[in-house]
Write a protein that binds this ligand. Sequence first.
Ligand code: FAD
Length: 392
Amino acid sequence: MDVPRLKQSWAVVAAHGDQVPLYFYSTLFLTHPETRQMFPTNMAGQRDRLVTALGHIVSNVDQVDRLMGFLQDLGADHRKFAVRAEHYPAVGEALLATLRHFLAERWTDELAQDWAAAYGLVSQVMIEAAEAAEAVNPPWWVGEIVAHERRGFDVAVLTVRPQYLLPFTPGQSIGVSHPAVRSWRYYSPANAPRADGTLELHVRAVPGGAVSSRLVYGCAAGDQIHLAAPVGDRLTLWSAGSADLLLLAGGTGWAPVKALVEQVVAEGSRRKVDLYVGARSRTEFYDSEAIDKLASSYPGLTVTCVVGLDVNRPGEVVHPVDRALTDGDWRSRHVYVCGSDEMVSHSVATLQQAGYHAGQLHHEGLGKHWYGPSWRTAVDRPSTPDISGGAR
Ligand SMILES: Cc1cc2nc3c(=O)[nH]c(=O)nc-3n(C[C@H](O)[C@H](O)[C@H](O)COP(=O)(O)OP(=O)(O)OC[C@H]3O[C@@H](n4cnc5c(N)ncnc54)[C@H](O)[C@@H]3O)c2cc1C
């Protein structure tokens, strides 16, 4: 398989921009109409996801060993879109037809063989992982919303009871979908695993956001939503050993960070934990009561709330990291950062400039430029495609 040639041909195709996914989906839905139901009714925003991810992954087939974990997660995760083994050839055919169309006279028999072989390899890993996952987890869980609290204008805290146990590790995220919307998004449980199996989700409604708006404004206790298996290991405490922690949270980035704090409290360790929670204004600290409770139950926890916007300093944003670095030197600690993409990239850049090294920094942005937890870990580069929407 000539991998440089694969990559080169993908670069040529990708240069056609939006035309590529448009052609891909038209071909897929025309030739295999049964696949249409796996995708949202409204395909806007979907177009750049699956096909871009596929092209990128397949043309990087030489890294398949490095990507193995990611592809396995992806295969297992795509069960929630009702993707089955027989759908993979349909997607492969549409992908090859798209390549042939855009490469025109550059499309040769050799290139066709290479693309088919590379796609075969990638899809085989995904299919096998999906089959293995069948024995462990269902494709999705039905969850009942047992409590729905609006905390301010655009945030809701939901308590959800899965129909049966949904195991996860603090810091991971789970897929969430509302039956009326048929799209999946990730949300991070804001609790350590509980004896009753319930999960707490903190959701901020993004303007025009399909799933977040529905969860914040269009749900109530008693409603059912769908949940999918946990993903991601970037924010778990696995790689921090027993080190003391500096935790930086912005907005609903507080959710996974809260789960980490609960884990630390539950494990009864003696770690020191310094937590900086940021919000744009005082009224946006939507979980102050819980923060106070955690602080009073764990003597090793110190909490600082950071108001981002100050009327006396118009235009200037203070991030939790700015306050934390003014307060102390945390270079002996592991640092966890979660919030908007802007907050996370500012924090990481600031910490790196201050001499913190990559191995002690754990971060996840909740924003639109998200590329998938394991994928980022596998190939840490910002130009990788967004597959967060998967099929739906
Ligand atoms: C690993 C992970 C964990 C997450 N955990 C949480 C969580 O615990 N709580 C939480 O509230 N959110 C969380 N998110 C964000 C969440 O998954 C959704 O992206 C968000 O709720 C918007 O979904 P939507 O369907 O409402 O918007 P969409 O319909 O997908 O998008 C609508 C518009 O908003 C833009 N947009 C999408 N997401 C964002 C965003 N986050 N910020 C700004 N603009 C955006 C889109 O580009 C689009 O223009 C997490 C994201 C990731 C990747």
